[in-house]
Design a protein around this ligand. Structure first.
Ligand code: ZN
Length: 249
């Protein structure tokens, strides 16, 4: 029951995060105007704004002009719902669950923005920095200074990589990682960086092989940071042990 509730909340929040991720980089209000069809400008009525359900009822078409609505929106909403509903399975019903849901929320907004504009807006990072600061005061990492160590180390590391690779690493990515270091601590943020790079390299080369992207075409790194971080956050300690065993066997 409570998992279903989390699923529904996630879907509703997911639909809000799409709006935030699409509008904040354009410096538009996230409240007004209401969403409208990108083809005909038909402003959506409240019954057309129900996440996932409206899409299914309308068979993925705009009521105004019958043009197709991208299925990426309901899929994204559903994904947010699933991530919300599964978080307690990994984190448990503790205060840390609040941190987990905040982390998922930030990632969903960043993914929308990064895929659409190749940009992680400062404004989003600043909002979430404030929220995470508050959360880590209430639910600190053991020990609390691991937050500072994590943020400082990953910031310096990525700054060096960015300078050495002359722009191979975006400024938004570096700021995001500093924030993630604060949330996850030293060990997990480095592991998250390792996993994100690995996921990015594997998926990036597959996309090249199957000609989904062209050589030298930049790929948004945000989705990989999200996948790497959640993997590290959920399974990090176990995977880290396995990795150490592998190194020193
Ligand atoms: Zn339309």
């Amino acid at each position: 029951m409570v998992y279903t509730l989390l699923l529904v909340y996630g879907i509703i929040f997911g639909s809000f995060y799409i709006v935030v991720g699409l509008r904040i980089p354009l410096k538009k209000s996230i409240v007004t105007p209401r969403s409208s069809c990108q083809t005909c400008g038909h402003q959506l009525k409240s019954y057309e704004l129900i996440p996932v359900i409206s899409f299914l009822i309308q068979k993925g078409k705009c009521r105004g002009c019958q043009s197709r609505i991208s299925p990426i929106y309901p899929v994204f909403e559903l994904l947010t719902g699933i991530l919300f509903a599964t978080a307690p399975l990994f984190i448990g019903w503790t205060g840390e669950l609040v941190v987990a849901l905040t982390l998922i929320s930030m990632f969903m907004i960043i993914i929308v923005s990064d895929i659409n504009y190749m940009l992680i807006p400062d404004k989003i990072l600043i909002w979430f920095a404030g929220i995470f600061l508050l959360e880590r005061i209430i639910w600190p990492l053991p020990p609390w200074w691991d937050s500072l160590l994590g943020a400082g180390t990953v910031f310096l590391l990525l700054l060096i990589i960015a300078l050495a690779s002359k722009g191979g690493m975006g400024g938004g990515d570096i700021k995001l990682y500093a924030l993630l270091g604060f949330v996850l601590g030293f060990k997990l943020v480095l592991f998250s960086f390792f996993l994100s790079t690995l996921f990015g390299a594997v998926i990036g080369s597959l996309a090249l092989v199957f000609k989904i992207v062209k050589r030298k075409q930049p790929i948004p790194f945000g989705p990989f940071i999200a996948a790497g971080t959640l993997t590290a956050y959920y399974w990090g300690s176990d995977l880290f042990e396995l990795y150490l065993q592998f190194l020193f066997q």
